[in-house]
Design a protein around this ligand. Structure first.
Ligand code: SF4
Length: 695
């Protein structure tokens, strides 16, 4: 049975949550209620699902599902409205703001959970219908640093440039800041054979399965990676033949790393010298080895440099572009890969092409029936965009599709205040997220099992999302919303098709010739069960499951070592804020939690915000297990239930970022941005923790 093959009455589709995109079979039970089971033949999840996947049908019936548009008159409470009234109001306000203040008065924020079709049409709508440069998406907060590092090193960013399933044949896998045992549990099936080296300040469920666990202080990943490279070189593990034939820039990277002796790295990171050596020897001794990064090493103000340093290590050992070995990034969001290729990124056009590339601009202008000169240039990154609201020439209207920045953006209290300064906030979502609750207009849209489309897995494989149910009567697709607004705005650019297949056919043409080339991928081929990884430049092309075997994406075919220098951490602990806070995810929840907090078994499994502390730290502070603690950074405070964890570093606290209100971990995080990618610093905030009696 192919991935598409399935018994009558069942629909083959994929989980609505993370980037692993586990394949599922959906059907209605005798009472018409949707039921899910894992697809037995999909090689990625191999007949398994995590708790989120098993409970996904409950998402279709959450009690506060949005079923009709809402509008707010001034500061009054929102009231129900017809679609015509809601869309007319949005279009009239956008038109007026653009006339008065220019096209950049309107901004757009997209999401890494949108299908390829939605992400593509959103980018076209922003750049052609609105003419704004101000579009970015929440993947900026997710893995943008890994993307920038991969493009720098390899000329291409495909999270895994090899099929996920290749990992199962490895001898050793180094996971730098990734915890798939909780964030994408079925992936662990492919990590049973390899020995694991895990870099994480926490002793996570993944770290517990590791042969070697390096537990650096938050914010010291870059010195750690430089130290591993130094050891790889000094202990004679560098693959000099590979380096000479397939790379450039080794000498400069080696020279910088030379300063990071094991003694110095141990002092800065807290990882013992012997553990550093053990990790390097294990990885270097593997016949087939992989280095993979996750959010832990990526979500830093030096995130691009940190990922580049791990790429340098992989290149020194001769792993990338080698059969059975490689480097990759474990993308997190459901369509985190496709979402960054389709043109909703501030600096990119569909096909994963630079918006400043004249050839790319001419190509897109021809597809969009406009002139290249009329297409806007690059805009600000997501945090910069949100932070500029309320300034003299900042955006006055914001359209939000499929994201919840009130919870997921850093410096959350500040961003909430910025959103309140807008003339118009429009949110398209299927639940009343915390951002939707602030909106002037809320547009209820379809969700996974109610729609057709495609998503792209973390290894570049394009996957079909299929419809089991009709959406509730008052709900429309995001594609309908964009079409309706484009018509009302009398937008240039030809059609803004509403049918997913028609949008996909247009995005195939739009991506043609780009890095992420979908021109040869079609619904028909996918529905016939073909396995297609981009690039797939023409009909009949088999796709490209493994990239770089014959050369990297740069014109000379060589990968680039990047000379990166480690500075001090962005925020050092101080007497007022003596601990290092880091944020992350838990098994039961997905991203801002707007969806999973509404699913009863998931809410029951992880009902409230918590903060992990070492027992010695808690005892010193008078914080008791199970009681409420206040965690305060220079930006703000969150309240959370204290959990004492004996194998956490005593200088570190951890809080998940899935919760709302005063349980938001992003009330702590700051505004420092990675200069190369716009990635905010999520993984290091200096904090203090106090008991919060009576809370
Ligand atoms: Fe869904 Fe990800 Fe869990 Fe798979 S691992 S079932 S895609 S949430």
């Amino acid at each position: 049975m192919s991935e598409h093959g399935h018994p009558a009455g069942e629909v083959a589709t994929h989980c609505p949550y993370c980037a692993l995109q586990c394949a599922t079979l959906l059907r209605r039970d005798g009472d018409g209620a949707p039921e899910v089971r894992p697809h037995p033949d999909f090689p990625v999840n191999q007949g398994s699902l995590c708790q989120k996947g098993w409970t996904a049908p409950e998402l279709l019936n959450v009690t506060d599902r949005l079923r009709h548009p809402w509008v707010r008159d001034g500061k009054a409470e929102p009231r129900p409205a017809s679609w015509d009234e809601a869309l007319d109001r949005v279009a009239a306000t956008l038109r007026a703001l653009r006339t008065a203040h220019g096209p950049d008065a309107v901004a757009v924020l997209g999401g890494g959970g949108l299908t390829n079709e939605k992400a593509y049409l959103l980018g076209k709508f922003a750049r052609v219908a609105l003419g704004t440069s101000r579009i970015d998406y929440n993947g900026r907060f997710c893995m943008s640093s890994a993307a920038a590092a991969s493009i720098g090193a390899f000329g291409v960013d495909r999270g895994l440039p090899f099929p996920v399933t290749d990992l199962g044949q490895a001898d050793v896998v180094l996971l730098a800041g990734a915890n798939p045992a909780e964030t994408m549990p079925p992936l662990m099936r492919h990590l049973e054979r390899p020995e694991l080296i895990v870099v994480d300040p926490r002793r996570t469920p993944t770290a517990r399965r590791a042969a070697v666990h390096l537990q650096p202080a938050p914010g010291t990943d870059l010195p750690l990676a430089l130290g591993l490279l130094h050891l790889a070189v000094t202990e004679g593990h560098a693959d000099l033949a590979y380096i000479g034939a397939r790379t450039t820039g080794f000498a400069a990277a080696r020279e910088i790393a030379a300063a990071w002796t094991p003694e110095r790295v141990a002092e800065v990171t807290g990882v013992p010298e012997a553990t550093l050596r053990q990790a390097v020897r294990l990885l270097a001794g593997a016949r087939r080895g992989y280095v993979l990064t996750g959010r832990g090493s990526e979500q830093h103000r030096d995130g691009t440099d940190t990922v580049s340093a791990f790429i340098n290590l992989a290149l020194a050992l001769g792993l990338p572009g080698t059969e059975g070995s490689g480097f990759g990034c474990l993308t997190g969001q459901g369509n985190g890969q496709g979402g960054r290729e389709m043109g909703q990124k501030a600096d990119q056009l569909p096909g994963y092409r630079s918006i400043t590339d004249p050839r790319a601009r001419r190509h897109l202008a021809s597809v969009w029936r406009t002139e290249a000169e009329r297409l806007p240039g690059p805009g600000p990154s997501a945090y910069e965009l949100l932070d500029s609201i309320g300034t003299a020439d900042g955006p006055r209207a914001l359209l939000v599709f499929g994201t919840n920045p009130v919870v997921s953006a850093p410096n959350a209290a500040h961003i909430g205040a910025r959103l309140a300064a807008l003339d118009l906030l429009v949110v398209a979502d299927f639940v009343p997220s915390e951002t939707a609750q602030l909106a002037d207009v809320v547009l209820p849209v379809t969700q996974w099992a109610e729609e057709e489309g495609t998503l792209t897995g973390l290894d570049g494989r394009v996957l079909r999302r299929r419809r089991l149910l009709d959406p509730p009567s008052g709900v429309r697709s995001d594609l309908d919303v964009l079409h309706g607004l484009a018509v009302r705005l009398d937008a240039p650019g030809g059609d803004y098709p509403r049918a997913p297949r028609a949008v996909f056919d247009e995005l195939r043409r739009a991506s043609q010739g780009g890095t992420a080339d979908y021109a040869g991928i079609s619904y028909d081929r996918l529905d016939a069960g073909q396995t297609l990884h981009w690039p797939c430049p023409e009909d009949g092309h088999p796709g490209t499951p493994r990239m770089f075997l014959d050369g990297f994406g740069h014109p000379d075919g060589r990968a680039r070592f990047t000379p990166v220098v480690a500075g001090p951490p962005g925020e050092e602990p101080s007497p007022g804020y003596p601990l290092r806070a880091t944020t992350g995810r838990v098994l039961a929840h997905y991203q801002s939690g707007a969806q999973t907090r509404r699913v009863r078994p998931l809410r029951d499994a992880a009902p409230e915000p918590f903060v992990e502390l070492h027992p010695d730290t808690a005892a010193r502070l008078g914080v008791r297990d199970g009681e409420t603690a206040r965690v305060t950074s220079p930006r703000g405070s969150m309240l959370a239930r204290a959990r004492l964890v004996a194998d956490l570093r005593p200088d570190t606290v951890f809080a998940p970022f899935h919760y709302a209100g005063d349980g938001r971990a992003n009330l702590l995080t700051g505004a420092a941005l990675d200069p190369r990618s716009g990635m905010p610093e999520f993984k290091l905030s200096a904090v203090r923790v106090e008991p919060c009696a009576g809370a």
